[in-house]
Design a binder for this molecule. Structure first.
Ligand code: ADP
Ligand code: MG
Length: 363
């Protein structure tokens, strides 16, 4: 075979036809009773990587299982492009949905070769066709040389890529991945994440990637959808969610915060760290003022607010400070560049960066 050319033609042939996957007003509860999902409406656009983010138990896995057809919703519809695949009176079986799923533990069969693991789901094809398609999928993840080997010879990251190849082999229009990197150690994670993103881009499949890690969602997602207690709290780009969080929960999910209670008066709120504008909130409204740890400028000579350094922890590029500030009933936490303060300094001044202050109505 004339290797190079042949192989690039093959890889192009493995491209999926991207589709739009949409959820309309999904409600779900398990037999045990409590509601798992409530009124979730959300769409992954063709070719986009949508990260589904939320704390443990927020309903992320359940939503993926509904899309894949291994769980049935109580209310609402799931559509692939304009076709209802699950809804009142409609239930397309999983194998007819063109939706691939990579499970959290991405378990490979230890007694099957890498090729047979990837070929496993291609039951509709002849053995030769299945082998051909499985090889294309393995080439896509760069592991064709291991086709005849068994899973145990591969690293965790490579096994993860085999699981990805297995899910991509049937050329799904949509690929769902449930916390695909949670089993990898943190040093491997960055590389595998970047590789996975490359492969998703090349395969052009629409993807929904579940994670409970906001930084991972920001690294991977074209957009992010944040779930809490079975409800969609906010969906948008990483910038949208970080800079304009819908509520204190969203803000706290993306950055560590100092929180101060307050009340709007004359369009602003008084806090121990200063007076901050309360845009769009009426006078008399009870609020929480949230100040990101990154929002502190520290100085030994002058500044807006006096503070005393209570503790310092060196973290490499930055250091973590605990500060006593007049009027604050708890220590204020800040993260500043290392080397900015002299080694044993006690009394300092702080200024607050306005873009790191968020004001939310208290309900
Ligand atoms: P996540 O993936 O965000 O951690 P899940 O979708 O797994 O959340 O779970 C959502 C809620 O449903 C949780 O409260 C969980 O305990 C519950 N749950 C998950 N699976 C089942 C099940 N098979 N039977 C009953 N309750 C379940
Ligand atoms: Mg889960």
């Amino acid at each position: 075979m004339n290797g190079q050319k042949q192989s690039s033609a093959r890889v192009t042939a493995g491209v999926s036809f991207a589709a739009r996957l949409s959820f309309e007003d999904i409600g779900h509860s398990y037999a045990s009773g409590a509601e798992t999902l409530r009124g979730v409406s959300l769409a992954a656009e063709p070719g986009e990587v949508l990260c589904l983010l939320g704390p443990s138990g927020s309903g992320k896995t359940t939503l993926l299982r509904i899309a894949a057809g291994i769980e049935t919703q109580r209310a609402g519809r799931v559509l692939l492009n304009d076709r209802v695949i699950a809804g009142p009176g409609v239930f397309l079986p999983p194998e007819q949905r063109s939706i691939g799923l990579v499970f959290q533990d991405f378990a490979l069969f230890p007694h099957l070769t890498i090729l047979d693991n990837v070929r496993f789901g291609l039951t509709a094809l002849s053995p030769q066709e299945a082998r051909h398609e499985a090889m294309i999928a393995l080439e896509r993840v760069g592991l064709e040389a291991y086709a005849g080997a068994y899973p145990h010879v591969l690293s965790g990251g490579e096994q993860q890529r085999v699981a990805l190849a297995r899910a991509l082999a049937p050329r799904p229009a949509v690929l769902l991945m449930d916390e695909p990197f949670s089993g990898l150690d943190s040093r491997l994670k960055d590389t595998v994440r970047a590789e996975t993103l490359d492969i998703l881009r090349q395969s052009r499949a629409t993807a929904i990637v579940v994670t409970h890690d906001a930084e991972e969602a920001m690294r991977m997602g074209d957009r992010i959808a944040l779930l809490k207690d079975g409800r969609l709290v906010q969906a948008g780009t990483a910038e949208d969610l970080y800079q304009s969080p819908a509520d204190l929960f969203v803000a706290g999910f993306f950055s560590e915060l100092n929180e101060f209670p307050g009340k709007v008066s004359g369009g602003a709120v008084e806090t121990p760290l200063g007076r901050f504008a309360a845009r769009g909130l009426a006078d008399g409204q009870e609020v929480t003022v949230a100040v990101r740890l990154s929002g502190f400028l520290v100085n030994q000579q002058a500044g807006a607010i006096p503070a005393r350094v209570v503790s310092r922890r060196f973290l490499g590029v930055v250091e973590h400070l605990e500060l006593a500030v007049p009027g604050a009933d708890r220590h204020v936490r800040a993260r500043v560049r290392c080397g900015h303060l002299a080694p044993r300094v006690r009394d300092i001044w702080i200024d607050i960066v306005p873009s790191d202050v968020l004001v939310f109505a208290r309900r």
